[in-house]
Design a protein around this ligand. Structure first.
Ligand code: FES
Length: 194
């Protein structure tokens, strides 16, 4: 009974006039192509992993990312701050830790859809700054620096060399997203720690 043969373009047609000597060569070419595809499957992911390990930007990509830190609707309308813990993932090139607490910030609503974020670390020597609701100000217990609700120094005697550090904030609907960074203490300039 006659039968059709599928040729390279996928259409049935006449049988390929294959010579006996061409068959082993074709088989060799098929095996070589399969080997090349297999090698690509292994080498491409391995190459990407090596690039990620060698590239410091790839390793610290999460450090510059915005992270969700809460809801706008949960912040008091009177501008008083709420302290929130920043939880993010950390990738050191070899391992990835999810949900690692890396610090804390104070969020406060300054207008209907405007939020300010203040780092909770004192710029003087790195202690945690407390918020004192009764006096509507921030107070650092280590050396008694005081700050107004907007983070500015409100006492000329405060040893802090600069106001509390602000952080970048973005509103996405009702969600507050923030770029968390730490800054050097003990100096007037606000310089991020690399
Ligand atoms: S660490 Fe805050 S006043 Fe010194």
């Amino acid at each position: 009974m006659p039968f059709a043969t599928v040729v390279a373009d996928g259409h049935p047609g006449m049988a390929d006039p294959v010579s006996p000597s061409a068959s082993p060569r074709r088989s060799f070419l098929k095996e070589a192509a399969a080997g090349a595809v297999g090698a690509c499957c292994i080498l491409i992911p391995a190459g990407a992993a090596v690039v990620a390990w060698l590239d410091p930007l790839a390793r610290s990509a999460d450090g510059d990312a915005l992270v969700p830190v809460g809801k706008l609707s949960n912040l008091p309308a009177d501008g008083s701050p709420r302290r929130v813990t920043i939880v993010t993932s950390r990738n050191d090139g070899w391992t990835r830790d999810n949900a690692v607490p890396v610090g804390a910030v104070y969020l406060r609503r300054t207008a209907d859809r405007t939020v300010e974020a203040l780092h909770s670390i004192c710029p003087h020597a790195g202690c945690f700054v407390d918020y004192v609701p009764a006096r509507r100000m921030f107070f650092c217990p280590c050396h008694e620096s005081t700050f107004a609700e907007d983070g500015s120094i409100n006492d000329p005697q405060s040893p802090s060399p600069r106001p509390m550090d602000t952080l970048d904030v973005e509103l996405r609907g009702d969600e507050v997203w923030l770029r968390f960074r730490n800054y050097r203490s003990g100096i007037q300039q606000k310089l991020p720690i690399a």
